[in-house]
Design a protein around this ligand. Structure first.
Ligand code: MLT
Length: 237
């Protein structure tokens, strides 16, 4: 049996071995949910940038630019970080550069892994099927909030540990804890996560319409994978 473990924040990633592992980066509210929505609605590739200026400069290379800090669209950017912005399919065939408060940082701090995927509830089963087609130990890297544990990413991690239980042993305490939390609260995602600090932050900014999308299971059968520092979609999983 392969193994699965959880890292609760990019601040803790140095405590985990990345080499030889498949890493799933997760930022439920909202970065990885938005990346999945964008790839599923025609965005051809996504450059994830930890830095605002680096991302802004991508416009001159023909990229659409999306930027968010503290839940709010960054000044001078075409898009913020709402997954709903892509559902109309208005950006078919375009390339996107994205920077967010935590999610894009977690992706940049996952370098060194054998494979890097992004995880979200709208493509959970596709991610599980892909992982079970590989022969790797898995590390679930939660983006958290500014270095701290957050509820939504950790609960997604529990959902993934639960879905992988036939192929991957949950050996570390974090994986055991989050699996049992998901077994207890998984049937009531929206209710349970309405108390999450970032859900409240989004509600305060009147952007809670994104939350429903971010908590919807299995809308898409694509897998988001980082190849050559670029996020692309692998279809039909
Ligand atoms: C993040 O990277 O922290 C989130 O995606 C923030 C957000 O979208 O509100």
């Amino acid at each position: 049996m392969k193994k699965v473990e959880i890292c609760f924040s990019p601040e803790l990633i140095h405590l985990h071995e990345l080499q030889g592992k498949l890493v799933v980066v997760v930022d439920i509210f909202r970065a990885t949910s938005t990346m999945v929505a964008a790839l599923a609605n025609g965005i051809s590739e996504i450059k994830t940038c930890a830095d605002l200026e680096e991302c802004r400069e991508m416009a001159s290379a023909g990229y659409l630019i999306a930027g968010e800090r503290n839940g709010i669209k960054a000044e001078g950017f075409q898009l913020g970080n709402s997954p709903l912005a892509y559902l109309s399919g208005d950006y078919q065939g375009q390339k996107l550069a994205m920077t967010t408060t935590n999610g894009t940082l977690a992706i940049s701090k996952s370098t060194g892994a054998d494979e890097i995927l992004i995880g979200a509830f709208p493509n959970l089963q596709a991610t599980v099927s892909y992982i079970q087609s590989r022969d790797s130990d898995v590390l679930i890297h939660c983006a958290g909030w500014k270095g701290k544990f957050n509820l939504e990413d950790s609960l997604y991690a529990g959902a993934l540990v639960k879905a992988l239980e036939a192929s991957h042993d949950a050996e570390d305490d974090a994986a055991i804890a989050m699996k049992s939390l998901y077994e207890k609260e998984g049937h009531n995602l929206k209710g349970f996560l309405s108390q999450a600090s970032h859900a409240k932050r989004l509600q305060n900014h009147n952007i809670d319409s994104d939350i429903d999308f971010c908590l919807t299971l299995d809308l898409f059968n694509l897998v988001g994978k980082v190849e050559n520092e670029t996020l692309i979609a692998i279809e039909n999983w």
